[in-house]
Write a protein that binds this ligand. Structure first.
Ligand SMILES: *Cc1c(COP(=O)(O)O)cnc(C)c1O
Length: 372
């Protein structure tokens, strides 16, 4: 598979270094974007071309654009970290590329080759490398996405798509002190159904989740927890993060049933936990067990995980009928150990023994732009 050459048309006037530094002091999450983006068009017959790196900016959209009406769109999220040796490395980008293909397949969209996905991310990171934060815990969040660009109101898969990568400096999703999350268990609404699109990273799943999240906030909670759609009994995930249940030295995460998102952080933590000597497994976990095991003390910690927020402790649970605390309601030691271990691999403070970090701004990169 050949990777289309990326044509470079950089911004004639990128943000000044002073303004950029101001943004990097306190970037938040998803508020600020770098100077450029990469776009690749796909059309039936012609495939993936042309590929361009252009100034970040609005995309023209026809009122009859198929995505606006029928939501044929998928996305990814991955982070690039500044390393002590000056390198800029992404965490397991090949996994994001593969999941992007799986999501696209489910949504009847073309599958972007893994190498092209990575080349597009690399081109953007290399061009906008001054935007990769250097403060501890901060990183550059990449948001690759793809949507139908064809117009028409007939319901069918489009024959024309645009793949875009944008980048946003971030200090993390739940930045600041580590405050355990309170969660609301949605029993009225569901996020995903068997045979549906729950395992695809697609906008429609998020639209379906917003009422549940709004209820969680109305109940005074931080996040919503989803149950399976059929029995409303099995715990699936929390907001846009996967969940882990800690029983002393044993950690368990809900098994992939097809209606929850197969998180890369989730998969990585299963591996990392075993490396650290914990027993780690995937199983079905019921809401009933969550409550019972919290009450009898056998469930010692619960945490959520995902690219945007890393590892976040869950301290309390609320349902329409009851509420309870997990452990002592404070961040647990297994949670914090895994959080640190993952963070250290990403920041370069610990050895990357599994080859999870991929350098993204190598010199001599194909189609490399002028240094600046
Ligand atoms: C992206 C996402 C996750 C976490 O996946 P990571 O690869 O770990 O970032 C979990 N749940 C949902 C619904 C998601 O969209």
């Amino acid at each position: 598979m050949t990777v289309p050459a990326i044509e470079f048309k950089p911004a004639s006037r990128p943000l000044s270094a002073e303004r950029r530094e101001e943004v990097l002091t306190s970037p938040g999450f998803g508020h600020h974007f770098t100077d450029h983006m990469v776009t690749i068009t796909w059309t039936e017959g012609a495939g993936w071309h042309p590929a361009r790196l252009v100034p970040y900016g609005p995309l023209p959209i026809d009122p009859a654009n198929l995505t606006l009406h029928y939501a044929q769109t998928v996305f990814e999220g991955l982070k690039v970290h500044r390393r002590p040796d000056g390198g800029l490395a992404a965490f397991r980008p090949e996994e994001n590329a593969r999941r992007f293909q799986a999501s696209a397949h489910r949504m009847a969209m073309p599958e972007l080759p893994v190498e092209t996905f990575i080349a597009a991310c690399e081109a953007l990171v290399r061009q906008d490398r001054a935007w990769v934060p250097s403060r501890p815990g901060h990183s550059l969040y990449l948001r690759p996405f793809m949507f139908a660009t064809e117009s028409g109101l007939g319901v069918r898969a489009a024959r024309e798509f645009l793949f875009v990568v944008i980048a946003s400096p971030t200090d993390g999703y739940f930045a600041g002190e580590i405050r355990p999350l309170s969660v609301w268990v949605a029993e009225e609404y569901v996020r995903a159904v068997p045979g549906g699109t729950g395992a695809a990273k697609t906008g429609a799943n998020y639209a379906a989740s917003l009422m549940g999240q709004a209820q969680a906030v109305a109940q005074g909670c931080d996040q919503v927890v989803w149950l399976d759609a059929l029995e409303r009994r099995w715990v699936e995930e929390m907001g846009a993060m996967n969940l882990f249940f800690v029983h002393g030295e044993r950690i368990v995460t809900p098994e992939l049933t097809g209606s929850l998102l197969p998180g890369i952080t989730r998969a990585s933590l299963l591996t990392l936990a075993r490396d650290l000597g914990y027993e780690a497994e995937e199983a079905r976990i019921s809401l009933h067990d969550w409550r019972r095991d919290s009450a009898d003390g056998s469930l010692t910690e619960v945490f959520a995980c995902g690219t945007a927020a890393g590892v976040a402790p869950v301290g309390s649970v609320k349902t329409a009928l009851t509420q309870w605390t997990v452990g002592d309601g404070r961040p647990g030691k297994v949670t914090m150990r895994l959080r640190e271990a993952l963070g250290e691999i990403q920041s370069g403070a610990a050895a990357d023994t599994r080859g999870w970090m991929r350098e993204m701004a190598k010199a001599g990169h194909p189609g490399r732009p002028a240094d600046r």
